[in-house]
Design a protein around this ligand. Sequence first.
Ligand code: GRF
Length: 214
Amino acid sequence: MKRLRLAVLVSGRGSNLQAILKACKGGQINAEVVVVLSDQENAVALERAKKEGIPSFWVNPAEFSTKKEYEEKLVQVINSFTVDYLLLAGFMRVLSTVFMRGVKVPLLNIHPSLLPAFTGLHAQRQALEYGVRYSGCTVHFVDEGVDTGPIILQAVVPVYPNDTEESLSQRILQEEHRLYPKVVQLLSEGKIRCEGRKVMIIGEGQTSEKICLN
Ligand code: GRF
C-alpha cells in the first residue's frame, strides 16, 4: 500500500495537524506530512511541524499585492514537494481556483459542524445559537465554495443545555482528532471514491449511520 505524502495548510494552534502527525508516527496511518504552510507567522502549528523536522513555511500574505499572486506562491512551494493530498487544518483563508488548479491534487478540509449546517466562521457558536441537539464535525473535499464540497465522513456529538462555545468546541475537537486521521487512512487504502457529490467508502457497509457515527 502506498505511503501518502501530505501537505498541510494551517493558520493557528494546529491540534488537527498534531493528531495527524501522531497517527503517522504511531503507524496508525500509512502517510507522512512532507510540508506545512501557514499564513500566520506565529501559528503554533508551525512550531509543532518544526519539532518533527517537517519543512515548514510561513508565506506572508502581506508580501503579495493580489490574492492570485499569494496563491501562486503557495502553489509554487507545495509543488516543489511531491504530494498526493493537501489537507486544510484550520487554514483561515478561502482558496480560489488559481490555487486548486495549481496544486493539481485533491484538497480536503475539516469543519466543526455537521455540514451543510453552519458553514463559515464560528460554526460551534452558530450551532448553539440555533439550538440544535446534535452537532459534530465533517471532513470533506474542497470545492470552490465555502465548506460546500463532497462530504467524506462526519462524526456526531450531543449538544447539552449548559454548553458554552468552549465546551462544545472541545467535544467536537476530540472527534476531529479521530476523524481526520481516519479519512487519511481510508485514502491511503484507496477506499474513498468520489462520484459527483457522493463519496463512497469501499468496504465500510452501506448504511449512512455506520459511516456517519463510526
Ligand atoms: C478546527 O476546529 C477545524 O475544524 C477548523 O479549524 C479548527 C482548527 O483547529 N477548520 P486546529 O488548528 O487544528 O487546532
